[in-house]
Design a protein around this ligand. Sequence first.
Ligand code: ARG
Length: 465
Amino acid sequence: MDTPQTWSQRFETALHPAIATFNASIGFDIALIEYDLTGSQAHAKMLAKTGIISPKEGETLVNGLQQIRQEYRDGRFRPGVEAEDVHFAVERRLTEIVGDVGKKLHTARSRNDQVGTDIRLYLRAEIEAIQEQLRQFQQALLGLAQAHVETLIPGYTHLQRAQPLSLAHHLLAYFDMAQRDWQRLADVHRRVNISPLGCGALAGTTFPIDRHYSAELLGFAEPYGNSLDGVSDRDFAIEFACAASLIMVHLSRLSEEVILWASEEFGFVTLNDSCSTGSSIMPQKKNPDVPELVRGKAGRVFGHLQGLLVLMKGLPLAYNKDLQEDKEAIFDTVITVRSCLEAMTILLTEGIVFQPARLHQAVNQDFSNATDVADYLAAKGVPFREAYNLVGQVVKTSLAAGKLLRELTLDEWQAIHPAFEADIYGAITPEQVVAARNSHGGTGFNQVRQAIQRAQQQLGQSPLG
Ligand code: ARG
């Protein structure tokens, strides 16, 4: 630490300035500083507990680290590129504050297990925060669903009108996706929450450390069982990027629907001024920038997943400097997912207004009740495939006559099949079409009300339950 650079006396000349910049990670790993301090405090306590340093020295180190925390929070500690990375920056500042005893902090530790500890502490906290955000997103979906159990919306397959749906059912599909996202994060959390601290550079250490104790101080479930694996494992980061990618898939699909719905062609929703923007040239326009940006940002998160996979695939054991490249991918994934979840939650809570009149018109002007005519005949004993073919003819005739199914006369129905009776009209209203789909998980209103109850129960679960 007295030399122009931080490593050993075997180096005679300083780093080329451009190489120093190239090598430095302080520009981004400063984001880990609070975790680096926490990890170092636990390490110092462990060193004191095991008698590797004295209790007094341990206390001095812990207090010095706490002072750095305060200096950082107050904006007084802002290390530059000369520090190389956050770990050196902290150690150097500690020695300035507490003197030579600061040089004892790195006993029985390497930056390799240190950085692994820091990222895990960071990711653990961020995963918990994202889980909380998912809960808020789900709450917003549930709120809308509760308001729209009886609002109908066309349901599509192949983006062609298929069967009408309860709007709540449509929204709760996203609720369930978010529920899986939440569970996936809980699962990743388990593998993030393992301590590499004490793995040393790669092989463990000659000192009588207590890895279980430092793990426990940091709230880790257990220490890694293999030191080589502990310092070079980034599976948890890849798993996180994968879970984050799926969150983005879901947000992006919802975004795509909102964008379509907000178009003049659909007109199912309008977006409030607080969540849409104008055009610099076309004064009539109101653009759905929020869902467009979310859809766009999905790509960069998928890119980080790919980047991390490729980063790892050729690495020999154990630590390699390549691993410094994991950080920006992880940080940007966290920042992107968090900002998208926040924006989409705001959009759902206050930015989007469904248009019941337009939706009503949409579900009443199409042939999306055709399946129900076939089901009607099948319920009266006509084999379904035969009924299906008959209804195909009905639709063809109606289209040719410019009529909807409900506009056919009873004579016209009975000309197609004698089993049709006057109750056919009641069977094919959009409301009845929806209500009748009362199979478990279907769009029938009773099912949707039960789904809302299930959703409420799920929201009551503890963050990591
Ligand atoms: N800045 C480094 C990283 O992000 C810290 C670990 C450096 N270890 C080493 N052996 N050079 O990975």
